[in-house]
Design a protein around this ligand. Sequence first.
Ligand SMILES: Cc1cc2nc3c(=O)[nH]c(=O)nc-3n(C[C@H](O)[C@H](O)[C@H](O)COP(=O)(O)OP(=O)(O)OC[C@H]3O[C@@H](n4cnc5c(N)ncnc54)[C@H](O)[C@@H]3O)c2cc1C
Length: 327
Amino acid sequence: MTPITEEKIASYLARVPSTKRDEPMAKRTSFRVGGNAKLHVTAISSEALIEAVTAALELDVPFYLYGGGSNLLVNDEGYEGVMIQAGNRKTTIHGDRVEVEAGMITGLVARQSVDAGLTGFEWAIGVPGTIGGAVYGNAGCYGGEMKDSVLSVEVFDLNTHERKMLSNSECGFVYRGSTFKHHPYLILSATMQLKPTADIVAGKTRMEEIMKMRKEKQPLDASSAGCAFKNFEFTDESALDILKRSVEVPESMIKNKSVSAGWLIDQVGMMGESVGDAQVSTKHGNFFLNKGKARAQDILALISRVKMKVRDEFGIEMQEEVQLVGF
Ligand SMILES: Cc1cc2nc3c(=O)[nH]c(=O)nc-3n(C[C@H](O)[C@H](O)[C@H](O)COP(=O)(O)OP(=O)(O)OC[C@H]3O[C@@H](n4cnc5c(N)ncnc54)[C@H](O)[C@@H]3O)c2cc1C
């Protein structure tokens, strides 16, 4: 990236005084890799978020919006611009509606909604990161997805500089995707509609079960960004032909029209594969781990090696779920 000038840095610091210089992104991402952000700001209200972004746009300072950093791979060289973190966390529950600002921790929203006598968001208990990040990627697991609960999302449109409300259908939610991946929107908050329940204990039990399953199946004690690749979704079975010629595909995957990326990685024998300190987990094939001193370059090289192997053996082009910053 082109180095940001001292003049621009000074102008940004004057305009957004809470900004820090040379912030190590390794300590702000779940992968624990990445160099310094030249500038970094955590905005603790929606207004402060808008101001941080508007200042960057007006002063022509490159910026990157993020929340919990649990789905990011930041370049070893860092980021030549301002990393703007959503730290707005207000949550209000009115009846069956949960209004939550983008910087709120997703797992806490799951817990608070259960405590308030609501059901439908228990699945999110173990999803790291913020509601903004979850909306952006239509996060999901254990039978739930953001698209099932989101009623509307308030955004700041970076083209028109207006705040506006998008309905669920305007969010364009698809498997691990949304309109936010294609349009320059700053997500400010989301309103979710859940169902009232008298059985709070059932919700708590469900969350405990989910956490137990996660601990059993996922390498949660190591640094990662969760799943590196999206599962392979197919519309007709011809897309599966090469795969079926080589291996027996579980019926459940054929029925769901979705082949698990972790399973594919296991089938090509890449579990445990490593580049430097980056390693494909031996517990879950889609978790790429930083064993301690991995560099972003090692993780990228490993991602690329695994992707090529799956493409060469099964003709399937896997798509990354993790977002790259500063490359
Ligand atoms: C151990 C582990 C388990 C995981 N399990 C799951 C899982 O079960 N299901 C799942 O879906 N994911 C899972 N993930 C991935 C990750 O937690 C989710 O994608 C999460 O929703 C990302 O939220 P975040 O706030 O950390 O986003 P970040 O990593 O901070 O950002 C992700 C993307 O969202 C954008 N973004 C974030 N906030 C905003 C905003 N306010 N406005 C506009 N854009 C924004 C960023 O620009 C970036 O492109 C897991 C990750 C880990 C480490």
